[in-house]
Design a protein around this ligand. Structure first.
Ligand code: UN1
Length: 513
């Protein structure tokens, strides 16, 4: 037990890891089939989790439906109080959960802690929100009439999350859904099932301590077959799904076929535009963290640098120098910058992408490769690579979830860089490095970036929870987390009240009997 994982599992209430752990009290699974969770850090089996059967799923939905009746009648500020307690529990368990995130997913311990902090932050946001689920009032065109709108809870929210942010993205959705009066059924990635169990246990403790049903938060486990139980279920009015564009297209069609609502947060192809006025030091830190942080497995990871030709060689040299200093290895060792990819399938995708880059005419600037040896025995450690490419290569148009950074050149005005940036199918995050006010404003203008996130003098990744998070085009169009993203978790109702003894009709229509 090199990393004290046994103790961490214990602290997070994860039991029976050899027989397939299941969660909480009411969430017992009858299943005999397991998902085995291996750590990409050292290749060790951490534990196994029961795969939910159709029968389990039915029980979970029933328990969610029963819980909804209690929860929707709990006043929103009191729901906020429960979320406040959940945030407090997360503060207590931050180190343990952060470590499990790091060990099961492979991101650095710092980033594991950061992810739990993101959960705590969204709890705080949700607590405040619980007193601010505002509707509008409007003036009726009829005398003696009052008009307003209000938001009611929606029901069961299905959450499908990805391995790369195994806990924060669930919390963005669950905490907002909870203060909105909804109950949740979560299917975490089958690559990170143990962090899912840990979160469910923490939530269950809070509900139990408040004599509330555990069914306010529910967990199911498995691959896309289990996920499709949720997406096809008319009892689940909203599906919030994070993952690849390929997955999102399937989810969107399943949900649309039954006219459900979906909130999709899919692939990105995020670029930083480096202008002649860029601060080179900031550019390099932003670009390198964006490209190699989380081993290039954030949906906001920096994939492309679009560099003005006057800056190109300078940036290139500085990148080569920065990459030569990167330490790759065990993410729990804080001296390392880059941890492993999630699994060996991801390693194959990374290798294939590098072959494709060369086949399509790209020039490898920093060689990739898989690391071998005692410290890398999971087979998931790869070298961050950089390639010089042309924007039209199909591989550059495509999101590869790995630390591969593409360098592109533009000349002339920032419009030319914007054209390259926007000329991809994805639209999540974007950034410009400039001290030129005109360029910055152009980038943010109607003719500028077409992405859901557009930053000035900041990299593409590491968004704060207070803003709405999501993107356009193939990124799926959904917004989660801050701002008014909560509205998708509620149903809106327009109410008109007549306090006269007449019944005048709208639009002045006369109807007499
Ligand atoms: C994701 O990769 O799915 O902005 C979410 C960021 C993080 C969230 C990423 N706050 O990079």
């Amino acid at each position: 037990d090199t990393f004290g994982i046994k103790k961490v599992l214990e602290e997070l209430g994860i039991k029976d890891i050899n027989e397939g752990t299941s969660t909480g009290k009411s969430q017992f699974s009858s299943s005999a089939a397991f998902i085995k969770s291996f750590s990409p850090v050292d290749g060790e089996l951490i534990g196994s989790v029961k795969i939910s059967t159709q029968e389990d799923y039915e029980k979970v939905v029933e328990s969610a439906q029963v819980a909804f009746k209690t929860w929707r009648n709990t006043p929103a500020p009191l729901r906020g109080e429960i979320v406040r307690q959940f945030g407090d529990k997360l503060r207590q368990k931050k180190e343990a959960l952060g470590l499990l995130v790091s060990y099961e997913m492979g991101k650095s311990y710092q980033e594991g802690l950061g992810e739990v902090q993101e959960m705590i932050d969204i709890c705080d946001f949700a607590v405040g929100l619980s007193r601010q689920l505002y509707g509008l009032t409007m003036h009726s065109e009829r005398p003696g009439h009052r008009m307003y709108e209000q938001y009611h809870p929606l029901g069961i929210v299905g959450i499908i999350s990805a391995f790369n942010f195994p806990v924060a993205v669930w919390a963005w959705n669950a905490t907002l859904a909870w203060v909105c009066g909804d109950v949740c059924i979560w299917k975490p990635s089958e690559k990170t099932p143990l962090t899912g169990i840990a979160c469910q246990n923490i939530a269950a403790e809070v509900f139990e301590a408040n004599n509330l049903p555990e069914g306010i938060s529910n967990l199911i486990n498995g691959d896309q077959h289990v996920g499709s139980l949720l997406t096809k279920d008319t009892r689940v009015p909203l599906i919030s799904a994070t993952g690849s564009t390929r997955m999102g297209k399937i989810v969107a069609q399943d949900v649309a076929a039954r006219l459900g609502k979906s909130l999709l947060e899919l692939g990105g192809n995020n670029a930083i535009i480096v202008t002649p006025d860029a601060d080179i030091k900031m550019t390099i830190i932003g670009a390198v963290f964006g490209a190699v942080g989380t081993c290039g497995q954030r949906c906001t990871s920096t994939r492309r640098l679009i560099i003005h030709d006057s800056m190109y060689d300078k940036v290139k040299d500085a990148l080569v120098k920065a990459y030569s200093q990167l330490k790759i290895g065990n993410p729990l060792d804080e001296t390392n910058h880059v941890g492993p990819l999630i699994d060996q399938d991801a390693v194959k995708m990374y290798q294939n992408a590098l072959v494709e880059v060369e086949n399509q005419g790209g020039k490898i600037l920093i060689e990739g490769g898989v690391l071998v040896g005692e410290n890398y025995k999971s087979g998931c450690y790869v070298k961050p690579a950089i390639a010089e490419v042309k924007p039209e290569y199909s591989i550059v148009q495509h999101e590869t979830f790995a630390p591969i950074l593409y360098l592109l050149k533009y000349s002339g005005d920032v419009e030319n860089a914007l054209h390259i940036q926007n000329n991809v199918a994805q639209g999540l995050s974007s950034a410009i490095m400039t001290n030129n006010l005109r360029e910055a404003e152009q980038f943010l203008s109607v003719n500028g970036s077409d992405c859901g996130i557009a930053n000035v003098n900041i990299g593409t990744s590491g968004a704060e929870i207070g803003g709405a998070f999501g993107g356009e085009k193939e990124t799926g169009g959904g917004r989660e987390s801050g701002s008014d993203a909560w509205k998708v978790y509620m149903r809106r109702q327009t109410n008109t009240i007549n306090y006269t003894t007449n019944l005048p009709l709208a639009q002045g229509i006369k109807f007499e009997l």
